[in-house]
Design a protein around this ligand. Structure first.
Ligand code: ASP
Length: 586
């Protein structure tokens, strides 16, 4: 049965050879005098031909073949006639004349065509995932994914990293997202949790002296359902000892460089630009800016510091922010469109959205009548205005102005097609705030995670304005997506305890949840830090797949359901009993 070639190998060099091929019937053309089949495997296609003149019996059998039948054929490689040459495929100059045919398996009519690239409802695709995965486009995604795993492993091995596995059944230490819990027959009333990430384990591996660790690892978060989120996802997880922020950034930059160059032949220019969180927020309205968009947010507080326009005057008085964006050629936006944008800005939480049209060297409409000629001149200079430009301004509190303008910036860029889809734009965002205040929980929460080291450490660091403390944390951003994030960790027990205190995690709770880590920190924990790449999102960007589900072999739907096997599912009462559990009426 064993093939002598794949379906993407034979060329003119093989003419006259007797070969064995295995594959699926991709398509069949019955020309009466001859039957042609494109035989498919994961490598490609080969045309096989059945000729009644040379082998009537096999020709008759070929008449019965249907799409997706699995074949073994024995035959001879021949040159294709001139009129059926196909330059688009590697085997396009040859065909194999079949001498012997074995049907290894039949196939029912598939619920959708494998050979065609038409839109199919995702529900159907996911139900028959194994058929969906036969399609070329999806196969290519997984071939690339496998390659990226290999490049990653090679790069990290070559740089002295050790691949070490960490447990899937661990202690529940929720901080951030919710844990998936696993009950066990042997431990009534107790639960393991699936790791949200191997964060504590990799820190313990540093304490154990392994120095440089990595793992391509599954992580689980029982989060609210959202588009393009999966309850389980894969990280390239990395930790290093005796490092500072720059060392991790340097290593991760080289890794991403290697991945892009060796997987898709794209050369990233090093060093990758770094900007602070504050700058990202004020220039782009978020912490994962897409720098492919050719305009940014401009702060106008200085320009309007003496403004007589009430809205601006009040904002300055209240220590708020005034900022704006310029849309090239935006004067063509209709009144209706602008009204919709104003409405939308209000829905997003702004008090309003002011606009100015710049036409024939002058400002028109909007708030222009409230501005002095000095202010108008300064605006012209600051935004380097050309005829036809539109300015959109927001005046509100600092935390409202920038995210709203950031969202508008993204929407307009998409609407006006201002994003070059072939560009890969990388950026490190550094100097994140260590903490942020959660109104909901009425306490500070860690922005990254509670093991992150503050940038400047002193005994009384937490005494004043915790929200102003900067963390040794960093994110790698690609085209507006966070593709990796990490930090230098706290390696001093005392500081870790202070951190828990600030997060209002009581001594008792800290001991219960993280006692093992606090304990370990007392036994010569080296300074250490690390990073994790979101592998699924990275592959999605590399393959330009439309959905994260197209780069995960067996993904869940948006409602975290697996349509193929039907998971999660009910289990039999015995199983529940064995686990010492009782179900509420559901
Ligand atoms: N464990 C972190 C995360 O999953 C990444 C890191 O800090 O290395 O986000």
């Amino acid at each position: 049965m064993r093939r002598t070639y794949t379906c993407n190998e034979l060329t003119l060099k093989n003419i006259g050879e007797d070969v064995v091929l295995n594959g699926w019937v991709h398509s069949k053309r019955d020309h009466g005098s001859l039957i042609f089949i494109d035989l498919r495997d994961r490598y490609g296609l080969t045309q096989i031909v059945f000729n009644p003149e040379t082998n009537k019996n096999i020709y008759m059998q070929a008449k019965e073949l249907r799409s997706e039948y699995v074949l073994e054929i024995h035959g001879k490689v021949e040159t294709r006639p001139q009129e059926s040459l196909n330059n688009a495929i590697k085997t396009g100059e040859i065909e194999v004349e079949v001498k012997d045919l074995i049907v290894l398996n039949k196939s029912k009519t598939t619920p959708f065509e494998i050979s065609e690239d038409n839109e199919i409802k995702e529900e159907l695709r996911l139900t028959y995932r194994y058929l969906d995965l036969r399609k070329k486009k999806l196969q290519n995604n997984f071939i690339l994914r496998s390659k990226v795993n290999q490049i990653t492993r090679n790069f990290l091995y070559n740089n002295d990293f050790l691949e070490i596995e960490t447990p899937i059944l661990m202690k529940s230490t929720p901080e951030g997202a919710r844990d998936f819990l696993v009950p066990s027959r042997n431990h009534p009333g107790k639960f393991y949790a699936l790791p949200q990430s191997p964060q504590t384990y990799k820190q313990l591996l540093m304490i154990a002296g392994f120095d440089q660790y990595f793992q391509i690892v599954k992580c689980f978060r029982d989060e609210d359902l959202r588009k393009d989120r999966q309850p389980e996802f894969t990280q390239i997880d990395i930790e290093m000892s005796f490092v500072e922020v720059d060392d991790v950034i340097d290593m991760a930059s080289k890794l991403i460089c290697e991945i892009f160059e060796k997987s898709i032949g794209y050369k990233i220019k090093l060093p990758i630009e770094e900007i602070s969180y504050k700058e990202a927020f004020e220039r782009f309205g978020n912490d994962k800016p897409d720098l492919r968009i050719p305009f940014e947010i401009v702060t106008l507080n200085e320009l309007f510091k003496n403004s007589e326009f009430m809205v601006f005057k009040e904002t300055i008085k209240n220590k708020g922010s005034i900022a704006g964006i310029k849309i090239k050629g935006g004067v063509s936006f209709t009144r209706k469109k602008i009204d919709l944008m104003i409405e939308d800005a209000k829905n997003k939480g702004a008090k309003g959205l002011a606009y100015l049209k710049f036409k024939d060297g002058n400002f028109e409409t909007g708030i222009s009548k409230f501005l002095s000629s000095d202010e108008k001149d300064s605006l012209k200079r600051k935004f380097e205005l050309d005829d036809g430009d539109l300015l959109l301004l927001v005046a509100d509190s600092y935390n409202v102005v920038y995210p709203i303008l950031g969202e508008i910036r993204l929407e307009i860029a998409n609407e006006l097609n201002l994003i070059n889809e072939n560009e890969y734009n990388f950026l490190w965002v550094v100097d994140f705030p260590l903490l942020e205040f959660s109104e909901e929980e009425n306490r500070f929460v860690a922005r990254h995670h509670p093991f992150t080291q503050p940038k400047l450490y002193s005994e009384n660091i937490f005494d004043e304005s915790p929200e102003n403390i900067i963390a040794k944390a960093y994110d790698l951003v690609l085209n507006g997506n966070e593709i990796a994030g990490g930090s230098i960790r706290i390696h001093q027990k005392k500081l870790q305890e202070r951190m828990f205190e600030i997060l209002k995690i009581s001594k008792k709770e800290a001991e219960q949840k993280f006692g093992f880590l606090l304990n370990a920190l007392q036994y010569g924990a080296p300074p250490h830090g690390g990073i994790a790449f979101g592998l699924d999102r990275l592959i999605m960007l590399l393959t330009k797949a439309k959905s994260i589900r197209d780069v995960i072999a067996f993904p869940k739907t948006n409602s975290a359901y697996s349509l193929m096997e039907g998971a999660p599912s009910y289990v039999v009462d015995n199983q529940i009993n064995d686990l010492h559990l009782k179900l509420k009426n559901i």
